[in-house]
Design a protein around this ligand. Structure first.
Ligand code: COI
Length: 454
């Protein structure tokens, strides 16, 4: 085991499957002896080797630079008036921003208590970040379209490699909960996740703009392909987006439980159009509707708690589009009380209220719902908190494929809050223990709020 750990610390990370064998519960050390040997090797290879010393000096230079934040509106305006020169400019902006944003997070890892850094899942993400940082900082200035294409290919590879980051972080953090104060843990996770969203937005926007530019059928000066400018949709429709997420959640629940899930009734300002990154809003609405629908089903049919996911579910998730598609329900009736979604559009903000009769959240659990830390007592009581070995098995199962929405990492609610606040919105929950819960999502309609990285 020690050998395996040493090997891990001394090499570069290329592919996630290498880590599969290391998914195992805490503690990792078979004896105090192996613990000290491991520490010695870590200290030597990670902290005090001359190579590491120079790497950290370079990191310092990047950490000393601050991040240049952007707004959704800037993404839209810049992408709408794209020229070759602007595409290269934005390529170089991304090229300089990504290593700075990564460097700050690598430093956060270094500031964690030592024992947390030795957790294999945390160490894996740390190594992935170093490897990406080195690759990105060494990429030379982009001076023409071919170099921009090459840059996009590099970034595409990294985006794929980093798909494992969230499940690995969630696993690592739950294994290390006892070594971190919950506030410190939450601060770390919030910063990590915000920064990750920011890097992926920059990277994906540059890739999408480049793909549009290389597409001969693409007409600039207009919002192309269904109103998309890069990854930003300028034509998000409030009602449609809720319906899409409701269909998906209901399709998933119907597949798992083999019974008609509660209906989702949408009212209010269902025709409001706004500019947003659909993935961001879909993540929150899916998560909240999923909590509501499952909450209602489990409250009224407690025997469903023992139903396990059918094995064919993974194949279905690989065709995510099918689940996003119109509701596959054949039978519109449901024995459950419906979920009600009300949309309200104000001059600057758009609100979604999701109300369910799923029994609410108890006083014991409510104070912890926004925390990334899980505790053994909560694990047993709240469906959203998952036991570590269970989660590890699932992460392992799905690591090579897309991360499907059924992979409950137990971080859905705090993660939705991160998404809601990212572009200046918010997420609040009011609950009536014994009856149900109302979730309020607020998003900024104007797109003039800067990325929320703090
Ligand atoms: C991430 O997904 O965590 C990233 O940092 C992606 C970026 C390197 C393009």
């Amino acid at each position: 085991r020690v050998q395996r750990l040493n090997l891990h610390w001394s090499r570069q990370v290329n592919h996630s499957f290498r880590y599969k064998s290391r998914i195992r519960p805490f503690p990792y050390f078979s004896s105090p002896n192996s613990f000290f040997q491991t520490i010695k090797s870590t200290v030597q290879s990670r902290a005090y080797s001359p190579q590491q010393f120079y790497k950290n000096r370079i990191l310092d230079q990047y950490v000393s630079q601050s991040v240049n934040t952007i707004t959704l509106r800037q993404l839209v305006v810049f992408g709408r008036n794209l020229t070759e020169d602007r595409l290269l400019k934005s390529g170089n902006y991304v090229r300089t921003e990504l290593p700075i944003r990564l460097a700050h997070r690598i430093r956060d890892f270094q500031n964690l208590p030592f024992i947390v850094g030795t957790n294999p899942h945390i160490a894996m993400v740390y190594d992935l970040y170093w490897s990406a940082f080195e690759k990105l900082r060494k990429f030379p200035t982009i001076t023409n379209l071919d170099e921009n294409d090459e840059y996009c290919d590099t970034v595409k590879g990294l985006l794929k490699e980093h798909l494992v980051v969230i499940p690995q972080l969630a696993l690592g953090i739950s294994e290390c909960s006892q070594h971190l104060h919950p506030d410190q843990l939450d601060r770390f996770m919030n910063t990590m996740l915000r920064s990750r969203i920011s890097r992926r937005v920059l990277a994906e926007q540059q890739i999408a703009l480049t793909e549009n530019w290389n597409d001969p059928g693409y007409v600039y000066g207009q919002d192309g392909h269904d109103g998309y400018i890069g990854i930003v949709s300028t034509q998000c429709k409030s009602g449609e987006i809720v319906q899409r997420c409701a269909n998906m959640t209901r399709n998933v629940c119907r597949t798992i439980y083999n019974i008609e899930p509660p209906q989702v009734l949408v009212d209010g300002h269902v025709d409001t159009t706004f500019a947003y990154i659909p993935d961001h809003i879909e993540y929150m609405l899916y998560e909240l509707l999923n909590n509501s629908i499952r909450g209602v089903m489990l409250k009224f049919s407690p025997s469903l708690k023992h139903v396990s996911e059918p094995p064919e579910l993974l194949q279905q998730f690989q065709k995510l589009e099918r689940l996003k598609s119109p509701d596959i329900s054949k039978d519109p009736s449901s024995i459950y009380p419906p979920i009600s979604v009300t949309i309200s559009s104000g001059p600057t903000d758009l609100y979604f209220r999701i109300s369910d009769q799923g029994g609410g959240i108890s006083d014991e659990i409510y104070p912890h719902i926004w925390s990334f830390a899980s505790t053994p007592t909560l694990n047993n009581k709240f469906e959203n908190f998952v036991k570590v070995p269970q989660m590890a098995a699932k992460v392992q199962e799905y690591e090579q494929s897309i991360i499907p929405p059924t992979l409950h990492l137990g971080i859905g609610l705090p993660m939705s809050k991160v998404y809601a606040e990212y572009w200046g919105g918010g997420l609040t929950l009011f609950t009536m223990d014994g009856y149900g819960t109302d979730a309020y999502v607020k998003i900024s309609r104007l797109g003039n709020r800067e990325e929320n990285l703090e």
